[in-house]
Design a protein. Structure first.
Length: 150
């Protein structure tokens, strides 16, 4: 898959360009430029909102893991949608708009929670023993040459 990544990126670039040309032939160049400028504005606002939401969630103090996870996942999707809106093109705008739909967000959150999150909690069994440790450093051994007194 990684071997074909440059070809996929170039094909995506040409698909975006073809989409803009198609849209320009249907709506006119000024409308396409206006939609592109609107995409920049919406994308910038989404990125700004997602960043402030994440920082507010972190500064609120102690939140339970599920609330923090839902807040950050939604903000991350907002940020990705914002970046996709900033990239000029029809396909990225459609994908970005889809990322803002509630059922798509729920589906993606469930998908990543099942496949990536896993269970990272520590399970302890048995007694907990407190201890202190001190590092002992061995004295350095120097190699000396044997004397030539024989």
């Amino acid at each position: 898959m990684l071997r074909y990544l440059p070809a996929i990126i170039i094909a995506g670039f040409f698909a975006e360009l073809a989409g803009l040309v198609w849209l320009g032939s249907r709506m006119g160049i000024l409308a396409v430029l206006g939609l592109t400028a609107l995409g920049f504005l919406v994308g910038g606002l989404l990125i700004r909102r997602s960043g402030t939401t994440i920082f507010q969630a972190m500064s609120r103090g102690r939140l339970d893991q599920k609330t923090f996870s839902n807040t950050t996942a939604g903000s991350l999707l907002d940020g990705v949608a914002g970046v996709l809106f900033i990239i000029p093109g029809v396909i990225t705008d459609v994908v970005a708009a889809a990322l803002l739909l509630p059922f798509v967000r729920k589906w993606l959150a469930d998908f990543f929670e099942i496949r990536i999150a896993g269970n990272f909690s520590v399970h302890r069994s048995g007694p907990i023993i407190e201890a202190e440790a001190t590092e002992i450093q061995e004295p350095s051994k120097s190699i000396s040459k044997p004397s030539a007194e024989a």
